[in-house]
Design a protein around this ligand. Structure first.
Ligand code: KIV
Ligand code: NA
Length: 263
């Protein structure tokens, strides 16, 4: 059955975990779709895993629209989520709307943007105009140069308070999903419990409503640094399709992420 935002809300309500993987082309989209992955995230991680950059900052809106078109052709049931790239949405709600409209016209069914409380006005602007938004908080990779590296967020009590406020403000502004990256597991658990919309974690512990990994990481083909939260599902799988299926199973039965993948 086609995955919609209603499906995702129902999964959260029923305490069933949501599986998400990044995807950039139509063939992998078809495999993930058949494996039962609910959400295909066309991530601006493309800038790193496809293009070989050291960050996601160089990715353009045109490149994102191209990958969204490719993925949308391969996805039958899965929901296609498109990342708004750096520089395409931060300037104003109107700029964000224009960029989001391009991704929606390319086949996205939801867009993701990075940022906390300060992006709430933009989230409201988009959702009031028919665009479902996933808010990405915690480690927001487009701000890597401000953070001084890819680091766990929310470790101090002041940072933890800010993250709680971020999630609340974004949900209040109409975000349909909240993604948390590199957040201590107990904090992600608390935010998830207080959030009416589903939360998705990456390096945020097992108690989020769902999980996401970058495809190249979970297939063990990314030559760069391997983050603590990554598991190589290809290590024990006979085929790529098998690795996707094992990932979905591990997310559903909560054997992934284990404490060794969490902070
Ligand atoms: O671009 C991406 O792959 C992402 C995930 C890390 C959540 O935003
Ligand atoms: Na991203």
């Amino acid at each position: 059955m086609k995955v919609t935002v209603s499906t995702l809300y129902k999964l959260k309500q029923d305490n069933q975990k949501i599986s998400m993987l990044t995807c950039y082309d139509s063939s992998f989209a078809a495999l993930m779709d058949q494996a039962g992955v609910e959400i295909l995230l066309v991530g601006d991680s493309a800038g790193m895993v496809l293009q070989g950059n050291g960050s996601t900052l160089p990715v353009t809106l045109e490149e994102m629209a191209y990958h969204v078109r490719c993925v949308a052709r391969g996805a039958k049931q899965a929901l296609v989520l498109g990342d708004l790239p750096f520089g395409a949405y931060q300037a104003s709600p109107a700029q964000a709307f224009e960029a989001a409209a391009k991704l929606m016209q390319a086949g996205a069914e939801m867009v993701k943007l990075e940022g906390g409380e300060y992006m709430a006005e933009t989230v409201r602007f988009l959702t009031q105009r028919g665009i479902p938004v996933c808010a990405h908080i915690g480690l927001t990779p487009q701000a890597v140069h401000l953070f001084g590296g890819f680091k766990v967020q929310g470790k101090t009590e002041a940072q933890a308070q800010q993250l709680r406020r971020d999630a609340e403000a974004l949900e209040g502004a109409g975000a349909v999903m909240v993604l948390m990256e590199m957040v201590p597991a107990p904090l992600a658990r608390e935010i998830t419990a207080n959030c009416k919309v589903p939360t998705i974690g990456i390096g945020a512990g097992v108690d989020c409503d769902g999980q996401v990994l970058v495809m190249h990481d979970m297939l063990g083909v990314y030559p760069g640094k391997k983050a603590r939260f990554v598991k190589d599902f290809m290590a024990d799988a006979p085929t790529i399709q098998g690795a996707f299926e094992a990932y979905v199973r591990a997310v559903k039965d909560q054997t992934f992420p284990a404490s060794e993948h969490s902070f």
